[in-house]
Design a protein around this ligand. Sequence first.
Ligand code: THU
Length: 130
Amino acid sequence: MNDSDLVEAARQARLAAQAPFSGFLVGAALETAEGAIITGCNVESATYGLTICAERVALVKALSEGHSRFVQVAVVADAGQPTPPCGACRQLLWEYAGNLDVVLANLTEVTGRHQLADLLPLPFDRRQLE
Ligand code: THU
């Protein structure tokens, strides 16, 4: 799959964002090892603290639909600078999707590419519990 299909899916998912408090709409798209695309958008709460980021929405959707192997994630926001995943999303993506390629983009271009391992050095995960 080329980047643009995944980024375009994240752009489309962003349009469903429920972001009345921040006004910051985010879309994410996860590519599975089988080539499927699972998308998510941010969903905010009036409590603020219960807000869920687009990346975690995509991840829990994918897991709940039986997907378990992932290769990359695209994150899209309408911003000049890249929108990197927050710490909570980095943690859960690492635990359930491993060392993904992370593609950051806005409405018109790709603004950054990273490996998840570089965004979450020295992670805590199931290996610490063995
Ligand atoms: N947000 C995401 O959905 N993903 C990110 O990578 C960064 C932040 C959301 C959470 C909240 O709804 C809004 O953006 C502002 O923080």
